[in-house]
Design a binder for this molecule. Structure first.
Ligand SMILES: [Zn+2]
Length: 425
């Protein structure tokens, strides 16, 4: 699949007419995977001719452990980790080894992972997004991306039809706003919570923009946020369900979320028979640098069995559970509350030298932050996290609340899927 065909198919295609069409498409893609990609991965080569049921079940921890032998570019885990960590610390987001970009993901599962992509893979992402969402190609489109670090790479995809501008979520939010008004994006891409804050800023006349297309990524968009955003900007909010493992779904022209079965094969690990709720096990049919095969995600999906009026037969989602974190507020240096994106917390965990398997950060008011760590070296991990948070607080001119570290994680039933939690006062 090349970026141009992806673009044309997404832009002008009608989607799959039937399950048969999806299966036919995926069978061809599996053949390509088995013939051309798996043999180049030392880890997966032995499975290239075995049935899918015999492929190993993958997850973030295993992917990390076997990174060196999974990727097809001959990059070692140590090499990749070193360059990714350095670039995160220096906030220089173009870490490359040859023409392969490497990044560190912290995602919603709490644990860090490495990912590597080549230019074609990054261009596929842009082709998919713009094919589906770009308002027009008669005028040059200006895209604002409010995303995490590694997405800086997308700025390099700009061309005569399109320009990308990147807004780092770990920098001070309010400092982005004048630049945003100046850029006047036609396409605005940001996590749901950030779109909510931008809608508020628009209403308070701190910004004045008129994007023709708004895309919510990375988190679940609540109906309340959706209404507020649509009211503030006077245009519909579309949603893309994506993670570092790929674009897993997007809303169609009828406004419903479909899984992206053109590029991702999805098996279900059913966890609740009554509702059919399942954790997806994904096989990405487009990746070549770092194959993502039978990879289990932590999200919980609930399908909508009704056929969609748009006519596309790809699976339709009713809900995505378990990817929302709260936004925290700390005191700013000027005394006013300052927003702390959950990414900042994730980042502090991800750049600890001792591996943190999971964590919870629960804030009480603006003055105390309780942090639970699951790690083999609690002392080292808590020191690292504390130092990282101090550095980040300093960088965004906020006062770090008092930190209380605890070992192990005690789950409260309604919080088990959120990692960053603001306790209501
Ligand atoms: Zn649809």
């Amino acid at each position: 699949m090349n970026p141009l065909s992806v673009f044309l198919r997404t832009r002008y295609g009608k989607g799959f007419a039937s399950r048969d069409a999806i299966e036919h498409h995926q069978n061809k893609a599996f053949q390509h995977l088995r013939r051309n990609i798996m043999p180049r991965s030392p880890f997966y080569a032995p499975y290239a001719n075995k049935p899918l049921s015999e492929w190993p079940l993958m997850n973030k921890a295993l992917m990390m452990e076997h990174f060196t032998v999974i990727n097809t570019a001959g990059i070692t885990k140590e090499e990749a980790l070193k360059i990714a960590l350095t670039s995160e610390q220096e906030r220089n987001f173009a870490p490359m080894i040859g023409n392969i970009a490497v990044g560190l993901s912290t995602g919603t599962s709490g644990q860090r992972g490495l990912f590597a992509s080549n230019k074609r893979e990054r261009a596929l992402w842009a082709a998919l997004m713009l094919g589906r969402f770009s308002p027009s190609f008669l005028q040059r489109q200006r895209v604002s991306l409010f995303l995490r670090a590694n997405n800086m790479l997308y700025e390099r995809l700009g061309n005569a039809l399109i320009s990308f501008e990147f807004y780092d979520l770990l920098q001070i939010f309010s400092e982005h706003l004048p630049r945003l008004t100046k850029q006047q994006p036609t396409v605005l891409i940001a996590p749901a919570q950030i779109l909510g804050l931008l809608a508020q800023a628009q209403q308070d006349r701190i910004i004045n923009i008129a994007p023709r297309c708004i895309i919510s990524v990375a988190e679940v968009l609540s109906p309340e946020d959706q209404t507020a955003i649509e009211a503030a900007f006077g245009t519909r909010v579309d949603q893309v369900y994506q993670c570092t493992e790929g674009v897993l779904g997007m809303t169609c022209r009828a406004g419903n979320m479909h899984l992206n079965e053109a590029y991702v094969h999805i098996e279900r690990d059913v966890i609740d028979e009554a509702s059919g709720a399942f954790a997806p096990i994904i096989t990405d049919l487009t990746r070549e640098t770092q194959p993502v095969l039978k990879y289990r995600l932590f999200d919980i999906l609930i399908l909508d069995p009704e056929p969609c009026p748009c006519g596309c037969a790809s699976l339709r989602l009713k809900r995505i559970e378990g990817r929302c974190d709260d936004i925290l507020y700390w005191h700013g240096d000027n005394g006013a509350p300052q927003m702390i994106p959950s990414d900042l917390i994730r980042q502090a965990m991800a750049t600890s030298r001792s591996s943190i398997r999971d964590y919870r950060a629960v804030q009480h008011g603006q003055d105390r932050l309780d942090i639970w760590l699951e790690t083999t070296d609690f002392k080292q991990a808590s020191q690292d996290v504390s130092r990282n948070l101090q550095k980040q607080a300093f960088a965004i001119k906020a006062r770090l609340p008092e930190l209380q570290f605890h070992t192990g994680i005690s789950l409260q039933p309604d919080q088990k899927r959120r990692r960053v939690i603001a306790e209501k006062q």
